[in-house]
Write a new protein. Structure first.
Lengths: 803, 346
């Protein structure tokens, strides 16, 4: 919200405080200053009168003026098109500083003619251009003809010597939208006095000819006052100044008075042209289904639950939002009906959302800025002003419909409670001081404060609210620093968090960068990359943009996007991983995924020959990870992905696999399909993604020390020719089956296809290691084993030994 | 006769050895004279034809000559091999200014660095790390936090709703209620909860529809605002440096009362034009407060016995402040030229 600094000083005794002090105190006490906006800027100014205005001899647009500033007359050259004899103007004297345009005025010569100052436009004096007419912006400011020549405070004369303070209001303190409450708050925070109060006195005479009632619980108070014989004219200048500074348009004295009272008290008012009303009975209803032409000349469709003030069953006002055009105040209005009512803020907010309109009244109702106890006082203030500034001849008593359940709020609290919450050592006296500053009435008995909460403080309900009032007014500096000594039996990271740390370290040390990307993706991405997902996507019904509509179920799309982003910026080698939760309709609690993607090269040494990424690189990284978590290779298997997903276009069908652990599919890996590479405009890429939650819930075996054989191992190589489609893992399995416990390891050291090997076949060279933990192996045993193994391979795989 | 012959031989070998320039040639010479079929062997053969009494003397002479030649060749061989090795090594010289094989570790994302830093401050203080779902119910995200439907604070956080009761969490604070409710024994709690959160904000330099928070919650008997202040001071000093101070400002959150905004002193030394603190000397880093009694009550802790404090860290903001990012979007585009700058912060 905004408030005029000058107005603030008029109501609150601030003579001992600088603006900086005030801002800093407000900020610390919960009213953060968002900005200070001077209405104008400039010094060394004076009001002058153009007494002569001639054409400049060497220019077709400049004027040479003789301008009187009272005690002397200055020759000033001026380029403004509206410069002419007889104008009252603002003169910037030599030495004047006009910071808005960065101008410092000095005596000078303009095209050979001496100039001793400048005639100013308000733009040059830093006035917001939105507040100026095009005419004002195009030339120098034309002061009223009675402006006092020689006055050295022209900005003050124009009431532009003010600063607008922009304050951020927390949702609990909307009460200060009523400036009277803000003034009290500022006085409390700075521990100073209120020095001006508005005059609420009014002599109400006779019963009101109108009658108020409500058919809905959403309006529990409605008052109407009949005011006769008013005169519509412009409102007084002081009031216009205040309204304009607070961004409120001035219409006429009647409307302006209503707006002024709302600005000051927070209570919305509405005024009807009484002679345009059909009946004397006002009824608030919430079941009107009609179109209403409002005073902003727009039509609004009312529906059930929208609150309406009706007269003769005609809607005359969209309650708490905006009045009806047919009963609005016009220049010819003579008598008015003044409404001061209370409407349910949530209803008003819902209606406003629907209408797409937000008026001051609606804001105050919906943000709970209204003092529910003093509705009629706002009406009083308005009546007082109508008498003073609209010549109102007669103000009736208010007719009130009142179903409010008003009880005075009390909070009972001890100093001990306050100190226990804060860790402070305040005394009763300290607390009393705070309550006095806040104008909270209280009784202190047996160390117990019984506090009566002012009616406008809608935020205070419980003891803790008082604790906050105390600490924010005394200041948080008075709270000591202490250490929280609570002990907890269990602390630190859980197993999953520890495992994540291991994974991070492993991948980072391999040279793979950790990324963090958005959860929300678009529909096309969700569909394209959803081929492996069985679950249904969570879709936002009201996304911000269609680009961020689906919750990702896997990370592929984000990972490939990251590669694409970097490769588009010239970074060819991209190796990244990400850990992230993903969600689906079937799994709202989410599961964690680990994704790894490597494009072009990992750990490239550019001047050396580097092998491009391939399936075995990503597989090796995965195997290393599994090994890190103690998974033996007899617990996991890699199976051809295309056996499971024959139609997908994400992975190269011949160079991709699924990872199965204990028979459960945990992840997939492989080279990205050329179609997808092209779609994302990325280079050759390998990818792995797994369900980390499932992986980490697997049990791993405890480590048990296994003694190393004291007897030497013996190695034998064998090269077998088998059909191409037989996977090497089958050969190893067959060999191990035949070799038994003495065959402790089988390693593949060459796979060859081509010359000397029949088409459709491959040669696989393997190295077998034999170890006996109990004795040295003799040649005969090894030969026997070798033959047995070969025989098994012949039998099971039709393998032939390569000669 | 033999003596002269051997002498001549010695000279002949000497000359040859002197002329020789490579170990290979020298090996040939060695073969020529010292191998089984070599010159010296032929002398030994001839010895058979010599009278027995002459054999020892002549044998000794032959052996002496053989040793002489052998030594001569050996020492020359060593000389030549040394030279040859030296030449070989010279030839093998490489450009040691070229870079080594690439074993560089990669970097963690800077926001994950900050999260882990904060966790590492709290864990030794006896906190445990608690995580929860990003798809959250209205109850946990709002209602258990003292934010009923139509509460004005809901307007502070524009929410991505999935259904009427399901949403993308707007804050990690929901984990307060989850943790308190999960702790059925109602023993004291000290938890720290990092995670992603979402709000309906258009992405720009200072807003992101997705960001990260860390919620901290302590519940126990006699937990005070002073405890909160002490904890915040410790965190600020560990995060930003020992010379930093903190300042509390009154604020409002529905789930804490009193509520505070926490500022940390700027490192700029009162520079009036400092872009970080805008000349105020203070930088807003987080919100905190004493847990609202309604929040305790709703999750089964008796507010007459227990009190607590909560802290909400904005990880994005702290990351930006700590490392000088000026556009929040740079935290999410995963530009490796940016992330790779953080390798030593693991």
């Amino acid at each position: 919200m905004i408030v005029s600094y000058k107005l603030l000083k008029e109501y609150v005794d601030l003579k001992n405080y600088s603006l900086e002090d005030i801002c800093s105190a407000l900020t610390l006490a919960g009213f953060e200053i968002e900005g200070l906006h001077p209405l104008s800027s400039g010094n060394n100014l004076v009001i002058g009168e153009v007494i002569e205005c001639e054409k400049h001899p060497n220019s077709d647009h400049l004027h040479v003026t003789k301008t009187s500033i009272g005690k002397e007359t200055l020759q000033i050259v001026c380029g403004a098109p509206n410069c002419r004899k007889g104008l009252k103007v603002i003169v910037a004297l030599p030495g004047a500083n006009l910071p808005a345009k960065g101008i410092v005025i000095s005596k000078s010569e303009i095209r050979g003619v001496e100039s001793n100052g400048m005639l100013c436009s308000l733009l040059e004096l830093g006035v917001d251009e939105d507040k100026l007419t095009d005419y004002q912006k195009a030339g120098i400011e034309e002061l009223p003809l009675d402006a006092p020549v020689g006055n050295d405070n022209p900005l003050g004369y124009l009431n532009l010597d003010d600063t607008i303070i922009d304050i951020s209001i927390t949702p609990n303190r909307a009460d200060v939208f009523g400036l009277h409450h803000l003034f009290k708050e500022v006085a409390a925070i700075l521990n100073t006095k209120i020095i001006k109060e508005d005059d609420f006195s009014i002599n109400r005479q006779g019963e009101c000819k109108f009658n108020a009632s409500s058919n809905t619980s959403a309006c529990d108070y409605f008052s109407i006052t009949y005011i006769e014989n008013i005169k519509v004219m412009p409102s007084p200048k002081w009031m216009q100044d205040i309204l304009l500074k607070h961004d409120i348009k001035c219409i006429n004295n009647i409307v302006d008075i209503g707006n002024y009272v709302t600005l000051m008290t927070g209570q919305p008012l509405h005024m009807y042209d009484a002679d345009k009303l059909q009946s004397t009975s006002f009824v608030v209803k919430d079941d009107k289904n009609v179109k209403v032409l409002a005073l902003d000349n727009k039509e609004y469709q009312l529906e059930n639950n929208d609150l309406a003030v009706t007269n003769n069953d005609e809607v005359v006002c969209i309650a708490g939002v905006i009045g009806n055009a047919s009963t609005m105040i016009s220049d010819s209005t003579k008598n008015i009906a003044l409404e001061a009512a209370l409407f349910d803020g949530n209803r008003i907010m819902n209606s406003c959302k629907k209408y797409g309109i937000l008026t001051v009244a609606a804001t105050n109702y919906s943000k709970n800025a209204v003092d529910r106890y003093n509705t009629i006082k706002a009406s009083d203030l308005a009546c007082n002003l109508l008498v003073k500034y609209a010549d109102a001849k007669k103000v009736s008593k208010a007719n009130e419909y009142d179903k409010r359940n008003l009880t005075i709020k009390h909070v009972s609290i001890t100093t001990e409670f306050i100190n226990n919450r804060l860790g402070t050592n305040y005394t009763n006296n300290d607390i009393e001081n705070v309550l006095k500053r806040l104008s909270f009435d209280y009784n202190l008995e047996n160390n117990n404060f019984d506090i009566i909460i002012p009616t406008y403080r809608n935020d205070i309900e419980i003891k803790e609210d008082i604790v906050e009032e105390v600490v924010r007014l005394i200041g948080f500096d008075s709270v000591p620093y202490s250490t929280c000594l609570i002990n907890t039996s269990k602390y630190g990271l859980n197993d999953i968090q520890k495992a994540r740390k291991i994974i991070n370290d492993y991948l980072l040390d391999l040279g793979i960068t950790n990324t963090l990307s958005y959860t929300l993706i678009n529909k096309e991405q969700a569909q394209y990359y959803g081929v492996f997902e069985k679950d249904n996507y969570i879709i936002l019904p009201h996304p911000l943009t269609v680009e961020k509509e689906y919750l990702r179920q896997n990370l592929i799309c984000s990972m490939l996007n990251t590669i694409s982003y970097n490769q588009a910026r010239g970074l060819k080698d991209v190796a990244i991983y990400e850990l992230s939760q993903v969600y689906s309709n079937e799994n709202l609690n989410g599961k964690e995924k680990l994704a790894i993607a490597i494009s072009n090269n990992l750990n490239k040494t550019s001047w050396l020959e580097n092998k491009n990424v391939d399936f075995y690189l990503i597989k090796g990284i995965v195997e290393g990870l599994l090994n890190l978590f103690g998974l033996d290779n007899n617990r996991y298997r890699f199976e051809l992905l295309s056996d499971y997903y024959p139609k997908q276009l994400i992975f190269h069908p011949g160079k991709s696999a699924i990872l199965k652990i204990n028979g459960q599919i945990i992840g997939y890996l492989g080279e990205i399909h050329p179609t997808t590479l092209k779609k994302e405009s990325i280079d050759k890429t390998v990818y792995f993604e797994m369900d980390l939650s499932a992986f980490l819930s697997l049990k791993t075996s405890k480590i048990k020390y296994n003694p190393v054989s004291k007897f030497p191992s013996v190695s034998r190589d064998i090269a077998l020719i088998v059909k191409d489609e037989i996977p090497v893992s089958d050969i190893i399995k067959t060999m191990k089956k035949a070799g038994g416990s003495l065959l402790t390891n089988v390693d593949v050291f060459d796979v060859y296809k081509g010359e000397h090997v029949q088409n459709g076949y491959k040669s696989v060279a393997l190295s077998m290691t034999f170890t006996d933990p109990n004795k040295t192996l003799v040649e005969a045993t090894i030969n026997e084993l070798f033959n047995k193994i070969y025989a098994q391979c012949q039998k099971d795989l039709n393998a032939i030994i390569r000669s | 006769m033999l003596k002269e012959k051997l002498e001549t031989l010695k000279q002949e070998v000497q000359q040859k050895v002197d002329k020789v320039t490579s170990s290979l040639e020298l090996s040939d010479i060695r073969n020529e004279y010292l191998s089984k079929k070599g010159v010296m062997s032929s002398f030994m053969m001839e010895l058979k034809n010599v009278a027995n009494d002459q054999k020892p003397i002549m044998g000794q002479m032959i052996n002496e000559t053989k040793n002489f030649i052998s030594n001569l060749i050996d020492s020359r061989m060593k000389e030549l091999q040394d030279i040859e090795l030296e030449n070989k090594l010279k030839e093998e010289k490489i450009d040691i200014t070229l870079s080594g094989y690439n074993f560089k570790s990669a970097s963690k994302h800077p926001m994950n660095i900050v999260v882990d830093d904060i966790i590492n401050i709290f864990v030794p203080l006896g906190y445990s790390v608690v995580e929860g779902p990003e798809v959250e119910t209205d109850k946990y995200n709002f209602e258990y936090l003292n934010i009923p439907k139509n509460h004005p604070a809901r307007a502070m956080q524009d929410t991505f709703y999935i259904t009427e009761n399901l949403l993308l969490r707007t804050q990690t604070s929901g984990l307060q209620a989850r943790a308190m409710q999960a702790n059925t024994l109602k023993t004291p709690l000290k938890i720290i909860c990092p995670g992603k959160v979402y709000r309906r904000d258009d992405d720009d330099a200072t807003h992101s529809h997705q960001f990260m928070q860390i919620e901290t919650l302590v519940v126990g008997e006699h937990v005070t605002l002073a405890d909160l202040k002490g904890t915040l001071d410790l965190v600020a000093k560990k995060m930003f440096g020992e010379k930093r101070e903190i300042r509390l400002r009154s604020s409002y959150f529905p789930f804490t009362e009193p509520s505070v905004e926490v500022d940390v002193s700027c490192s700029c030394n009162n520079n009036k034009t400092c872009p970080v603190c805008k000349g105020t000397g203070w930088i807003e880093i987080l919100g905190a407060g004493m847990v609202h009694p309604n929040v305790l009550k709703m999750s089964g802790y008796d507010p007459n016995i227990y009190s607590g404090f909560a802290i909400g860290f904005g990880v994005d903001r702290i990351t930006m402040l700590k490392y000088g990012f000026d556009d929040i979007r740079n935290l999410y585009n995963n530009d490796l030229r940016v992330i790779s700058q953080f390798v030593k912060e693991r």
